[in-house]
Ligand binder design. Structure first.
Ligand SMILES: [Zn+2]
Length: 596
């Protein structure tokens, strides 16, 4: 530890000396504008954020932080000084989620404060203030958190962060009240219990059993487990525990010594929780999931035990609004099945290179499977244009066009998460892609912004993000305006280890380029907003390359009008399918390169 500290100190010293030298040099040579430097750092930043393998290396975080810090220090009057401070603060904030060191939070706070002190007029000042509140809260200084959030409301009455500050303050006040007064609140009308129980129409191969617990009077002070939902296929299982408030949990694997059947058990201890029945066991014996048992473990802990045939790979994470814990179990067969189907791109195309296989066959040897997800639906309309156009209707139409086009051109299996106007919780959409063993998962949405002039096309893949606009959009699409950014980001750190970030980012690149290219041929202007990353619930846990496409802005008058035309929607569908085709072709080329 002491050695590490010395090393860090050494690095800092070397850096300070090294950089003050560089600064003198820069000034003498009449250095390139801060803008160029900023863009260069941003590229390194983006590629770092897209590569989860790098995140375990603290020095990588620190070197990016230094670059942003230096820009802010040596170009204090540039337009990028505030952006740089904001991003280096955000990096420390994200790093904390990885390191758990409170000193990282303090470093983040330091940068946000510098931003406020020196660039009070910056468009990022309100964001910085909000995060200062978050940091104080994480550091258990609730009074300070309250001060920041209240100051945000008084200093920036029109801020887009207002809603989040209000929600944070409400949450703080609720937790400060005596526990008997605690009541679960479901603020978002789009996510009600009754609606979230709807079963997707096309899940014939998936068994879903619901076990509902009777909702008797709550025990004072404890969170209640109110529902257990699960879906199981021979290779993939998702169990969701619904709670009436957010809780802490721990997890692990139980080693049953006298276990004849050789099943394995994952356990989950829910702190400060109760279940309104003594215990509940749901036998399943379908695929890898054998049974789920939920019982009161001790006075204030509920334990859920999930018996599975295989636990090659499992992930547990919490989502909020409404509070729920998701347990994903992936059996070894899932990977074996994919191997047989040649899912490894290089292997597939090495094998397929000299054969006359169709694109679809090359996608998955045999037939490829693509799951398309039309965003929103039912009582969740998504974004609505000023003339009443609803995102849920527009994207369903586009999704069906994409399906038809894919079937026509690639002859692959295409499944839709919804084929009509029904509500479907986000976690169920991912389930469909995983149980169908899809090769690709594409979620289709229309964008919305408070800025009515914002327009264009953007494609997202799942990753950490410190880009405020991307985070705002994720909050919107996650149906959780009160979302705790730090919380979700820390979930992601754990979940991203085995996700297909690189493939997803490449798929996003292909779709984005083709969509913009195709639309530009018939429509001007088409604004290319590029490939971005953010934590979208619907993509979490997807076992295949997966992206979320925002095809146009429904909040923009010009694009809303275009979206009303079936020709435009058809062009979008064709552009999207061009992108999928491009993605497959690139793998093919890569395969050839390996062969040669
Ligand atoms: Zn949407």
């Amino acid at each position: 530890m002491r050695l590490l500290r010395k090393l860090l100190l050494f690095l800092i010293l070397v850096n300070v000396i090294g950089l003050s030298g560089a600064a003198v040099l820069c000034a003498a040579k009449n250095s390139p504008p801060a803008e160029q430097k900023f863009e260069a750092i941003k590229i390194r930043y983006n590629s770092f954020m897209a590569d989860s393998e790098q995140w375990s290396k603290r020095t990588r975080w620190e070197s990016l932080i230094r670059e942003f810090d230096d820009l802010a220090r040596y170009y204090p009057h540039s337009k990028r000084a505030d952006d740089s401070l904001y991003l280096s603060g955000g990096l420390y904030f994200s790093l904390y989620n990885y390191s758990g060191w409170s000193s990282d939070l303090q470093q983040a706070a330091k940068r946000y404060k510098m931003l406020l002190d020196n660039y009070g007029e910056s468009r990022l000042a309100d964001d910085a203030m909000f995060y200062l509140g978050n940091i104080a809260f994480k550091l258990k200084d609730e009074k300070q958190a309250q001060t920041w959030w209240r100051r945000l409301l008084s200093d920036f009455p029109d801020t887009d962060m207002r809603q989040r500050a209000v929600a944070a303050l409400e949450k703080l006040e609720t937790s400060a009240q005596p526990s008997s007064a605690k009541q679960p609140s479901r603020k978002d009308p789009r996510v009600t219990k009754a609606q979230s129980r709807k079963k997707p129409s096309q899940q014939s191969t998936t068994v879903k059993v619901e076990a509902r617990f009777n909702n008797s009077a709550p025990v004072v002070g404890l969170a209640r487990v109110i529902d257990l939902r699960h879906w199981s296929s021979p290779t993939y299982t998702r169990v969701v525990l619904d709670l009436d408030r957010e809780i802490q949990f721990s997890k692990g694997i139980l080693k049953d010594k006298g276990n004849q059947k050789k099943t394995k058990s994952i356990y989950l201890n829910l702190a400060d929780s109760m279940i309104p029945e003594v215990s509940r066991e749901v036998p399943i014996n379908d695929g890898i999931l054998q049974s789920v048992k939920v019982a009161q473990f001790n006075a204030n802990t509920v334990r859920a035990v999930i018996h599975v045939a295989e636990i090659d790979h499992y992930k547990i994470f919490a989502l909020n609004n409404p509070p729920r814990i998701v347990i994903d179990v992936i059996g070894g067969e899932y990977f074996n099945a994919r191997q047989k189907r040649g899912q490894s791109p290089a292997a597939t195309f090495t094998a397929a290179a000299n054969n006359n296989l169709s694109l679809a066959q090359q996608l998955g040897l045999g037939v490829g499977t693509i799951v398309l997800d039309a965003g929103h639906g039912g009582r969740d309309p998504g974004a609505i244009s000023s003339c009443g156009l609803k995102e849920k209707d527009i994207v369903l139409d586009i999704t069906k066009r994409v399906r038809d086009e894919l079937q026509k051109r690639l002859q692959c299996h295409v499944y839709l998460t919804r084929e009509n106007d029904v509500y479907l919780p986000l976690e169920e959409r991912t389930v469909i892609a995983n149980t169908r063993k899809a090769d690709l998962f594409i979620s289709i949405h229309a964008n919305a912004s408070r800025n009515r002039s914002a327009h264009g096309v953007e494609t997202y893949f799942l990753n950490l993000s410190t880009d405020n606009e991307a985070m705002e959009l994720a909050a919107l699409e996650n149906a959780t305006s009160t979302k705790n950014v730090g919380h979700l980001q820390s979930i992601l750190n754990d979940l991203m280890q085995n996700s297909k970030i690189k493939e997803s980012s490449r798929l996003a690149g292909c779709i984005q380029a083709s969509l913009v290219g195709n639309l530009s041929r018939s429509y001007q202007p088409i604004n290319n907003l590029g490939v971005k990353q953010a934590p979208f619930y619907v993509l979490i846990g997807a076992q295949m390359p997966s992206v979320l496409v925002e095809v146009s802005f429904i909040s923009n008058a010009m694009e809303a009008q275009r979206l009303q035309s079936s020709t435009y929607r058809q062009r979008i569908a064709e552009g999207l399918v061009d992108g999928v085709e491009k993605y497959i072709n690139e793998i093919k080329v890569a395969g050839h390169r390996i062969v040669n």
